[in-house]
Design a protein around this ligand. Structure first.
Ligand SMILES: [Zn+2]
Length: 249
């Protein structure tokens, strides 16, 4: 029975080592997206600004084209209107025509002002867009590089997880079912499901193990559970502690 317990302890320790590694690897894996979060937000911030400027540029250019075509049409119309002023028979009609022409010219001056302002805005926007374009490309490049690095890291971690996991089924077969059940129960709360006992103290929770339980542990026949933290206990520095324990009996 003693030999069997030693074997069980060895298998369980090996399983614990593997599971701790897997736990760490999975945590690292889960934290990977965070590594590129900064690069992602830096890129999307510049990209949003860039897209907004391009949208504004398109709108300004559209409005400018509208003003230009309206201006051209109006200039043509007013020219014809002025050319026919002489043919007007009544004073009332003449005054109305003069008013229409001067109102049309006033609107055209406004159109010209808007066109000039649009030209200035287009120049400023084009400059900003050119600057942002290179910043955008730079941030996108950094993000792509970050993604590639994270992907490579992810692949390396997944490969390690696969390697580490390979021996688990064999260990699971060899460890007694009730021991495994206890181990899994504790592991749902603590990644480190086993705890060494040194000088009567559980190293998992730093609590003194009751003397009776400790004496039972020293017989090394079966797994004991820490009454305080429920971890599976094993005696550290077996020979020295065993002697001490035997003396107390
Ligand atoms: Zn404990």
């Amino acid at each position: 029975m003693t030999a069997s317990f030693e074997d069980q302890l060895a298998f369980l320790s090996e399983l614990q080592d593997i599971d701790l590694d897997l736990h760490t690897l999975n945590k690292t894996l889960a934290a990977l997206p965070e590594k590129i979060a900064a690069a992602e937000s830096a890129y999307s911030e510049v990209k949003q600004k860039f897209d907004a400027l391009k949208a504004e540029l398109a709108e300004v250019e559209h409005n400018k084209r509208t003003d230009e075509s309206e201006l051209a049409a109006s200039v043509e119309h007013l020219r014809e209107r002025e050319a026919k002023l002489y043919a007007i028979k009544t004073n009332k009609e003449y005054q109305a025509a003069i008013k229409e022409v001067s109102e049309g010219k006033r609107m055209n001056r406004e159109r010209e002002d808007r066109i000039l302002a649009a030209m200035e805005r287009i120049e400023a926007l084009s400059k900003e867009i050119t600057q942002l374009e290179s910043e955008c490309a730079e941030k996108e490049g950094a993000l792509t590089a970050g993604r590639e690095a994270v992907q490579a890291e992810e692949e390396a971690i997944l490969a390690r997880i696969k390697t580490e996991s390979a021996r688990r089924p064999e260990l699971l077969r060899r460890i007694e079912k009730d021991v495994l059940r206890k181990y899994d129960t504790v592991r749902s709360r603590h990644a480190q499901a086993m705890a060494g006992v040194t000088q009567g103290i559980c190293q998992g929770c730093s609590t003194r193990v009751p003397p009776q339980l400790y004496n039972e542990m020293l017989r090394r026949e079966s797994f004991k559970v820490c009454p305080s933290c429920q971890r599976l206990l094993y005696v550290v520095a077996a020979s020295a502690e065993a002697e001490e324990g035997e003396e107390k009996k």
